[in-house]
Ligand binder design. Structure first.
Ligand SMILES: Cc1ncc(COP(=O)(O)O)c(C=O)c1O
Length: 388
């Protein structure tokens, strides 16, 4: 056995002992849930994806009889130039979120890492919410800035931290507008006011809000009338394709073009994907009925669970409904129980969430069957009782 294989086995053993091993999945979990649903004579419910409006699985071939363009970008944009579909998509995305410009990245992970590494120069400070996504954490690691992790959604703690750092160079406050594992989010207006008063810039990751909240799904910032200095939007969640963008001023776009390493040193977004994403954004903007349905289902799911004694945080009232279990093994067992009822839901464990707060992250979607809410609520209650 090679040294690498011995190392890998040792690391995997450690993870398994800590209850943190993720088995690589070949699709069998989804198949098992689908087969269970068929056995029970019900429809499969996917409560695990971020495809809130049900766009990801829709066949675009009818629309894409229109020419969609080349599949490969060929190289990074600095090396090989830009296809028009990328520029068109950037213009559409910027207009959607009310920003002067936008720059595409190949994923939300790359967008956050690129943004923070570009602005987080030595001598500056990044103030990052304790529950920010791993891509923000890794962006902080790549930046040369000092990093202060602030308690979750604690404006008073942020204010104190900003006061302490007055006069010490650029200050960047970064938060998610809808937290991916908790479904809660900051008071954006208050946050903007605080940043303005204390001379800090506000960077907002709208990954789980875009397409879900606000008129035409333009996100929580637009809905709150707040203009962040930089807005990160992802395209792999409600938009239903893949990739991401950073929206902001023309100067920010130019800076990222030059300094965001995950943009500069990475092959550009596929032109074909950009064309398909253009269609998806149009569909998503027009999907107010779907957004209404998702909001109603999310409300109903919370009500069902609470009525049956399961504590669920209200959060922003959106489609992310976390059911706290606590232990890692218990969370996995609850997920398995749901699977046996034809429901796919993920057990979320550290390091994705803090130690001791393993949970089932339920995500509501417009493409659930009509009886989805009742079935998911019933199955969660049963599973929690069984697992004890
Ligand atoms: C808040 C947040 N930001 C960024 C990302 C990364 O986006 P992507 O999946 O496009 O890399 C995620 C993904 O889950 C996320 O939840």
């Amino acid at each position: 056995m090679s040294a690498l294989d011995r190392f890998a086995e040792r690391r995997l053993r450690d993870l398994a002992e800590a209850g943190l091993l993720r088995r690589s999945d070949d699709g069998s979990r989804r198949r098992a849930a689908e087969q269970a649903a068929a056995r029970l004579g019900t429809r499969f419910v996917d409560a695990s994806s971020n495809d809130y409006l049900g766009l990801a699985g829709q066949d675009v071939s009818r629309e894409t009889r229109v020419q969609v363009g080349a599949p490969g970008a060929g190289a990074s944009r600095l090396i090989h130039g830009t296809r028009s579909s990328l520029v068109d998509l950037e213009a559409q995305l910027a207009a959607w979120v009310g920003a002067p410009s936008a720059l595409l990245f190949t994923s939300g992970y790359a967008a956050n890492v690129g943004l923070l590494s570009a602005v987080g120069i030595a001598g500056s400070t990044i103030f990052s919410d304790r529950l920010n996504h791993a891509s923000i954490v890794d962006g902080c690691r790549l930046a040369r800035a000092d990093v202060e992790v602030v308690p979750h959604l604690d404006l008073a703690a942020l204010e104190a931290a900003l006061e302490r750092s007055r006069g010490k160079g650029e200050r960047w406050v970064i938060t998610e507008s809808c937290f991916s594992m908790d479904g809660d989010g900051p008071d954006l207006m208050a946050l903007r006011g605080l940043c303005d008063r204390l001379g800090a810039s506000l960077l907002v990751d709208e990954a789980h809000a875009l397409g879900v909240f606000g008129e035409k799904g333009a996100g929580r910032c637009v809905a709150a009338g707040v203009v962040p200095d930089a807005l990160v939007g992802t395209l792999g969640k409600a938009v239903g394709t893949q990739g991401a963008f950073v929206a902001g001023s023309a100067a920010l776009r130019e800076l990222l073009w030059n300094q965001a390493r995950s943009f500069v040193f990475s092959t550009a977004t596929s032109p074909l994907l950009a064309s398909v994403t253009l269609l998806h954004v149009e569909r998503l903007k027009a999907a107010d009925d779907g957004r209404g349905l998702v909001a109603a289902r999310a409300r109903s799911l919370r009500e069902h669970l609470i009525r049956r004694g399961v504590e669920v945080p209200q959060g922003l009232g959106g489609p992310i409904v976390p059911v706290l279990v606590g232990g890692n093994d218990e969370a996995i067992r609850v997920a398995r129980e749901l699977e046996s009822k034809g429901i796919l839901a993920q057990a979320i464990r550290p390091p994705t969430v803090p130690v001791g707060s393993a949970r089932i992250r339920l995500t509501v979607s417009a493409n659930w069957p009509d009886d989805g809410v009742e079935r998911v609520a019933g199955a969660v209650v049963d599973a929690l009782m069984r697992v004890g």
